[in-house]
Design a protein around this ligand. Structure first.
Ligand SMILES: Nc1ncnc2c1ncn2[C@@H]1O[C@H](COP(=O)(O)OP(=O)(O)OP(=O)(O)O)[C@@H](O)[C@H]1O
Length: 236
């Protein structure tokens, strides 16, 4: 059995007094590709934000490599190996691609590695963040998170609003990162893509887990998918 990297145990969390996650427990194992899916507003983003310390945690425990991190601010959690690529793709629009990457460098990460994964960013390295296309901004957001040398990469709907050809290119990079040994947690609305990419899947409904199992198992269980995710989920 591979090592558990991240563990949430009976986590209750939300915004202010509101409880969005209700006793959520999950484990992320070293080197795996885990997808988190579910309908809109069920708490997928809140799960990633809670792991990073961006919500209010009311109870439960979060451990990273066995150590409780619940009380640490987000920047300390990043330093311990968590890297979130938020849905909002927050890059610095007034800085160039290269400056954005430099701003993210920790622990001797190399910008050349990012350029190796995303040759497009190398071509555009002197361009300002605001001149980039949506797909390029997402590449930059992913690359910048990689500059923090995370053990676990948390991707929040990275394909949202992107053309199919750009989605394919990004998914290919996620696969390459997985081959290089990164642990990846992907929150995704494109269910078909998520199930192709991940080995293991979690379905969230009303702030709790209603399914946890192999992606292959879920792919062949249309009834379960329909009940918890809906056939309206977009496909490519
Ligand atoms: N900053 C916030 N303040 C208060 N409530 C919030 C905040 N962000 C999200 N919520 C609420 O928390 C609930 C869960 O939202 P969350 O973004 O985690 O869902 P999701 O499963 O990621 O769905 P989506 O795909 O729509 O992002 C929703 O009811 C949402 O309205």
């Amino acid at each position: 059995m591979a090592e558990t990297l991240l563990e949430l145990e009976n986590v209750v969390a939300g915004y202010g007094e509101t409880h969005i996650l209700r006793n959520l427990s999950l484990k992320v194992v070293q080197g795996e590709r885990l997808a988190i899916i579910g309908r809109n507003g069920v708490g997928k983003t809140t799960t990633l934000n809670t792991v990073m310390g961006l919500t209010r945690q009311h109870s439960g425990t979060i451990r990273l490599k066995g150590q409780p991190i619940d009380r640490l601010p987000p920047h300390k959690r990043s330093r311990l190996g968590l890297g979130l690529v938020p849905q909002t793709r927050d890059i610095f629009p007034s800085l160039t691609v290269e400056e954005n990457l430099q701003a993210g460098v920790r622990n001797g990460a190399s910008i050349e590695e990012a350029y190796d994964l995303f040759p497009r960013l190398k071509e555009r390295r002197r361009n300002g963040g605001r001149q980039l296309s949506g797909g390029e901004q997402q590449m930059l957001a992913v690359a910048r998170t990689l500059m923090g040398k995370p053990d676990i990469i948390l991707l929040d709907e990275p394909l949202e609003g992107l053309a199919p050809v750009i989605c394919e290119r990004l998914v290919a990079v996620f696969q390459e990162l997985s081959r290089r040994g990164h642990t990846i947690v992907l929150v995704e609305q494109h269910t078909a893509i998520a199930l192709d990419f991940a080995e293991r899947v979690i379905i969230i409904e009303q702030g709790g887990i209603v399914f946890e199992g192999a992606a292959s198992e879920l792919k062949s269980n249309k009834e379960l998918l329909d009940r918890h995710v809906g056939i309206a989920a977009p496909h490519h």
